[in-house]
Ligand binder design. Sequence first.
Ligand code: PSU
Ligand code: MN
Length: 305
Amino acid sequence: MNKEILSFSKEVQKALIDEQPIVALESTIISHGMPYPKNVEMAKQTEQIIRDNGAVPATIALMDGKIKVGLEEEDLELLATADNVAKVSRRDMARVLATKQIGATTVATTMIAANLAGIKTFVTGGIGGVHRGGENSMDISADLEELAQTPVTVICAGAKAILDLPRTMEYLETKGVPVAGYQTDYLPAFFSSTSETKLNLRVDSAEEIADMMVMQEEIDLNAGILVTNPVPVAHEIPHEEIDAIIQQALAEEKAAGVVGKDSTPFLLAKIVELTEGRSLETNIQLVYNNARLGAEIAVAYNNKK
Ligand code: PSU
Ligand code: MN
C-alpha cells in the first residue's frame, strides 16, 4: 500500500507519533445522516468529547484524491453543506479517489481508512445491516462484510429498527463478528435503548473490550468487533412510539421508489420529519454517548500495548 494516499491532520499525525489513543469518526453521518447545521455542531462536539475523555479524534473523509484522517473545521463545514458529496462505501472508494471527488465515508470505508492509518477504535451512531425485506431485495449493507474482514472495533448504538435486527445478527454470526452489548443483554435499537433481540455477549467495562481487541490480534483473526452501546434512557424514543413512525417512513420510501444507497439517508430524513426533530436529538445524544465509551476503549487498549 502506498501510504501517500493518507493525509493526516497535525493533531492526528502528532498522536500517531506519540502513540496516543485515537478514535476514528465517519463522515456519512455528517453529509447524509443529519441536516445542517446540527450535523456540523454534532461533528465538532463529538470530537471535543473524545478529547475530553483522553483520546484524539480522527474524522475521516475523501478529498482531493486523498484519504484525509483528521479534518480541519473548514473540511467539516464543507462536508456538512456541500450538495455534491458522494456517499462512499467500499465499492465506490477507488473511483471517488481517482476522480478527486469529495466523499463521505460510511462505516465500511471508515474502517478501511482507520485500519490503513493504524487506528483501532471507531465511533459512530448506527451501522448498516440487513434491510427489512432483505431476504428478497438482498439489500445488505457492506458494513457487515467489512466488520468480518477489517480489524477495527466499532462502537455504535446498535442498528436502527428500519433494519431487520434478527437477520442482521444472524449475518454477523455467520461472518464471525463478535457483537458485545455494553452493560446490556439485549441489542440496543438505536433510537430505543433495547430490543427483543438477545445478545450472546455482554461486557461491563471498556477494559473487557480492550482485552478482546488484544486477543483478536493475538490469534490473527483480522476481523472487527462490534460494541453496541444503548442510548441513555432519558434520550430514547421508546419502541412503541418509533415503530409506527418507521412503518410510515418505509411505506413512503416504497411509494417514492427509493432503493440502494439512498435508502438509509431517505429513511433517516423522513423519520426526523415525522418526529418533528425529536429523532435528530436522540441521534445526536447517542453519538455523544458512544464518543465517551469509544474514548475510554481507545485509552484502555492503548494502555495494553
Ligand atoms: N445509520 C445512521 N446514520 C447514518 C448511517 C447509518 O443512523 O448516517 C450511515 C453510515 O455511514 C452507515 C451507512 O455506514 O449509513 C450504511 O449505508 P448502507 O446501508 O447503504 O450501507
Ligand atoms: Mn444497501
